[in-house]
Write a protein of this length. Structure first.
Lengths: 211, 211
C-alpha cells in the first residue's frame, strides 16, 4: 500500500480522484462562462466558439464536457431552478407560520435571481430549449409555482396571509421576484440582500400605507 | 370637379385615399402576424418567410412594408410601449390621489400586457433589437419606470402610498405586471380584467392580511 502510494506520487499523471476533480472544475468553468455570455448577448447570439474563445480553449475541448449548446443551456437553467427549489426546502424546514415560510422563501428566491444561473432561468424562453429540455424546464417551473401556491393557501388557512386567488397571488409575487433579473445591477448601490428585503417588504405590506 | 370624380369612379385603380387605407390595413396585417409568431416561437426562430407564408404572400411583398425583420420587431415593441404610455397619460388625466392614479395606470398596464404587442414588449430582450432600436427601446422603458416612480413618490407625499424606496417599489410592481405576459392564458378562466384587478389588489393590499 505504502509502496504503491509512493509510486503514484512520482507519476506525472494525476490520480483518478484528482482527475475527476479537475474535470469538474473545468466543466464548471465552461458553464459559468457560457451563462455570462447567454445573459449578456442571448442564447442565439452566443456560439460554442464564443465560449471557447473566452476560456482560451478550442471548440472540441468544450465538446469534451457537453454534447452541444442546448445541453449547456439546459444545465445552466437547471442550476438556477435547483437553487430556487433548495430555497423553498430550506424555508419549509425553518417552520413557522405560512407567511414566515413564504417570506423566507421569497427572500432566498430573490437572491438566487441576482445570480447568473438565476438570471438565466428568468431570461430563457421555453422555445429556446430543445423539446425534451423544454418539457423538464416547464415542469420544474410549474412545480415551483405550485409549491408557492400551496404555502399561500396554507397562509389563508392559518390566517397569516390575506385571502384571495392563491394562483393569481403566486404569479403576482413570483413576477416581482423574477423581474429582479431584468433590472438588478451588481455594480449598483443595492446589494442582492437589500433588493430581496425591499421587494419582499413591498409584496407583504402592499403599496397602501398600513394604519 | 364632378366630372373628374365621375371619371375616377370608373377607374379600376383605387383612389389615393383608398390606396393609403389599403396599404395601412396590409401593413397592420404583417405586424399582427409577425408579433404572434415572435411571441410563439421567438424572434430568432421566426423568418420573414414564415410571416409571408402565414399571410399567403411572398417575401418581397413584406419588404414593400418593412425594410427588414428588425424594423418589424421594433414596430411591434413600439406599439406595446405606446399603449403602456397612453395608459399612464389616461390615468394622470383622471386625477385623484397618487394611489388612485397609480391603480388606474397599473390596471391598464396589466391589460396591455395581455395583448400581443404588450407581450412582445416584455419578452423582447434588448439585445434582440438593432443598436439604434435598442437605444430607443431602453429609453422608452426607462421613461415608463420614471413616470411610475414619480407617481409613487407623489403618493408618499400625499400619504396615499406607503413610504419606501420609490425605485425599488416601482420595479416590484412593474415586475408583477410584466410577468402577466409570461403566464396569461387567453383561453383560461380569467379575463384580462380579472387578472388586472387581482394583481393590482395584491400589490396594493399586500400579502399580509389587513386588520
Amino acid at each position: 500500500m505504502a509502496a504503491n502510494s509512493a509510486l503514484r506520487r512520482k507519476s506525472p499523471w494525476a490520480g483518478r480522484e484528482a482527475r475527476t476533480r479537475e474535470r469538474e472544475v473545468k466543466r464548471e468553468a465552461v458553464l459559468r462562462t457560457a451563462v455570462t455570455l447567454f445573459n449578456e448577448r442571448g442564447f442565439h447570439a452566443t456560439s460554442i466558439d464564443d465560449v471557447a474563445t473566452a476560456l482560451n480553449i478550442t471548440k472540441p475541448t468544450i465538446y469534451h464536457y457537453f454534447a452541444n449548446k442546448d445541453e449547456i443551456l439546459f444545465e445552466c437553467v437547471r442550476r438556477g431552478i435547483d437553487s430556487i427549489q433548495q430555497a423553498g426546502l430550506a424555508a419549509e424546514k425553518k417552520g413557522g407560520s405560512a407567511m414566515e415560510r413564504l417570506c423566507a422563501y421569497m427572500r432566498e428566491y430573490a437572491i438566487v435571481v441576482t445570480t447568473d444561473f438565476g438570471i438565466c432561468v428568468t431570461r430563457t424562453a421555453d422555445h429556446e430549449l430543445s423539446a425534451a429540455a423544454r418539457k423538464r424546464f416547464r415542469a420544474s417551473k410549474r412545480e415551483i409555482d405550485r409549491a408557492i401556491s400551496r404555502v399561500v393557501e396554507e397562509g389563508m388557512i392559518d390566517g397569516s396571509i390575506a385571502t384571495g386567488d392563491p394562483r393569481l397571488m403566486t404569479f403576482t409575487l413570483t413576477g416581482s421576484l423574477n423581474w429582479i433579473a431584468q433590472w438588478f445591477d451588481p455594480k449598483g448601490a443595492l446589494s442582492p440582500e437589500d433588493v430581496a428585503d425591499g421587494c419582499v417588504a413591498t409584496l407583504v405590506q402592499g403599496l397602501a400605507p398600513r394604519r
